[in-house]
Unconditional design. Structure first.
Lengths: 275, 283
């Protein structure tokens, strides 16, 4: 039987800005009523350009920001961070990995401590076991035990992204929100990290919300795709539906703008240029 | 005659940890009307090799080449004043970080007019006129008003258009664009690339496009140079490169593209034997 890990119902987030010098506040509707459901072990990709609301949606799903309206359900349980505050059990279920593997690690913290920190804050796992778990996780993400005592600056971008993923997995989350996790990486490193994510998903039955602006990556990893435009989900369906038959004009524009590296397209372009 | 010809370019930096060879034996040539892409991963020496052409490397850099000519003239051993006469006028470059390369304290109009002042004899009124034309040609709406804007008042795509306008101000014969679209959204990237190609076709200038994105190469280049750790791995026309790449590193790059994925795993560079494939450096 399938289990729904994540559900949002008409979720909304407004930001109020200004009100300073000119006394007029402005409301920005960052996310305008998005509904989705995601089953265990699946990957939902959220696509869109800067400012379209995809990171705001991610912050609500990760329970960092409260929705202005609408409902968020994790494992069928209604989440209301504004009212009640969160239980640590609920907080553990959803983890986030950010885009920038350079900025998201504290430069003065050793990798071992980076990995053990979530356990210290959110659990009562004893010290010796924390260490063991961190060591195991290092190997899981393709690093080695001797990396335990090193500092972030001693790692490459791809390795740092592995560390960020490892940290997110320390609390055995159900759902991992990945906000542009490979955008800052070189192609060959990107391939390694995507492979790692696929392996981990299989091993732990993880559910992913994968935020990206890169359609070729999305097509590769997603089961379901949502396209956001000015705070709205203008397109939402299975990967094959969305790629084969995009409905919304914006999705079509996005597809048309995405550069393609296949030989057929190169031939066409060269023929046009010669004409 | 080729516009730019480089043979066996090497750039070394003096660093506290010893000498770092950032560019190692790169050779290339660009003709007028041609689009040459230089592609490679971060740190492969793409920017450094073109900054060497521009003479813009810091004093810690040692630049050597068997030959470096622009329209047949040696540009490696130019006096600073002769170099200034060529660089910035006949050869111009769009730098990797558009926002950082515009001065936040001055209006964009002031910045483009300064470039015109340095490299042309136009008087104030003519410079203004030319600035308006240039903004118009790069598709900035309402150019007269735009000239009065500061960089922070513009979007990333608009700043990049300003950079292109400045680079084109003196009608260069060769334009070097270093990752001109990397920081931009896909739809804006498309607009900027189309603009560059369109201007290139109209003016017949040569265009060197530096990028790490194979798909951008596929969509823009006539010819391609693949760099890896400062070395030139392969040089080929664009169709040949994508159809039958010779070097293992090029093959690795192409198969790491998610859109070329065949199984449920992406091959990575580590899956290829780079050491035992000879590079095909040299134009
Ligand atoms: N001023 C400098 N002093 C010392 N080393 C430098 C300097 N500038 C660049 N390097 C080194 O030269 C090498 C090539 O750098 P370069 O900027 O050309 O890479 P790139 O191919 O443009 O990479 P990217 O895709 O990240 O822009 C790198 O190892 C870099 O660290
Ligand atoms: Mg560079």
């Amino acid at each position: 039987m399938s289990e729904t890990v994540l559900e949002t119902r008409d979720i909304v987030r407004d930001y109020h800005i200004g009100g300073g010098l000119f006394g007029k506040t402005q409301t920005i509707h960052a996310v305008k009523g998005v509904s989705l459901t995601l089953e265990k072990g699946k990957t939902l990709a959220i696509v869109g350009e800067s400012g379209c609301g995809k990171s705001t949606l991610a912050r609500m799903i990760t329970m960092i920001d409260a929705p202005t309206a609408g409902e968020l359900l994790i494992d069928g349980e209604k989440v209301d961070i504004a009212k009640k505050g969160l239980t640590s059990a609920l907080r553990r279920k959803v983890q986030i990995v950010f885009q920038n593997p350079y900025g998201s690690l504290n430069p003065r913290q050793k990798i071992g401590d980076v990995l053990m920190e979530p356990l210290i804050i959110n659990s009562d796992v004893p010290a010796a076991e924390r260490r063991d778990r961190a060591m195991q996780m290092l190997t899981k993400v393709g690093l080695a035990p001797e990396h335990f005592n090193r500092y972030p600056h001693m790692f490459s971008g791809g390795q740092r992204q592995r560390i960020a993923i490892a940290r997110a997995l320390m609390l055995n989350p159900r759902l991992l929100v990945l906000d542009e996790p490979v955008s800052a990486l070189d192609l060959s490193v990107q391939a390694q990290v995507l492979n790692l994510l696929a392996d981990l998903q299989e091993e732990f039955g993880l559910t992913y919300v994968f935020i990206s602006h890169d359609l070729s990556v999305v097509r590769y990893i997603a089961d379901e795709v949502m396209v956001m435009y000015f705070g709205e989900a203008v397109e939402y369906g299975t990967r094959d539906q969305v790629f084969a038959d995009p409905k919304h004009d914006y999705t079509k524009t996005l597809f048309a703008a995405t550069p393609r590296a296949d030989v057929e397209s190169i031939r066409k372009r060269l023929a046009k240029r010669a004409a | 005659m080729a516009l730019l010809e480089i043979e066996n370019l090497t750039v070394e930096f003096d660093t506290s940890g010893g000498t770092l060879r950032a560019v190692d034996g790169v050779s290339l040539s660009v003709e007028a009307g041609e689009v040459l892409a230089i592609v490679g991963e971060s740190g492969s020496g793409k920017s450094v090799s073109m900054l060497a052409v521009m003479g813009l490397l810091p004093w810690t850099a040692t630049v050597k080449a068997d030959r470096m000519t622009f329209q047949g003239r040696d540009i490696l051993n130019l006096s600073p004043s002769d170099r200034r006469r060529i660089v910035g006028k006949d050869i111009s470059m769009i730098f990797q970080e558009p926002v950082a390369s515009l001065n936040p304290c001055f209006t964009v109009g002031f910045q483009i007019e300064e470039t015109l002042k340095t490299h042309t004899d136009l008087d104030r009124k003519a410079r203004r006129q030319r600035a308006v034309e240039l903004f118009h040609s790069v598709g900035l709406p309402d150019p007269e008003r735009r000239l009065g804007s500061f960089p922070h008042q513009m979007s990333g795509g608009q700043c990049q258009r300003v950079m292109i306008a400045i680079a084109l101000a003196c009608g260069p014969k060769l334009l070097i664009a270093d990752e001109p679209t990397t920081a931009l959204d896909v739809t804006i990237q498309k607009q900027i690339l189309d603009l560059l190609l369109d201007l290139q076709a109209k003016t017949g200038m040569g265009l060197i496009l530096i990028t790490h994105d194979m798909a951008v190469v596929a969509e823009t280049a006539d010819r391609v140079i693949v760099q890896y750790m400062g070395r030139q791995m392969e040089e080929a026309d664009v169709l040949t490169l994508f159809e039958s790449p010779k070097h293992a590193y090029t093959k690795a790059l192409l198969s790491a593209l998610p859109e070329n994925a065949t199984g449920d795993r992406l091959p990575t560079v580590a899956d290829f034997d780079l050491e035992n494939t000879p590079s095909t450096g040299g134009a």
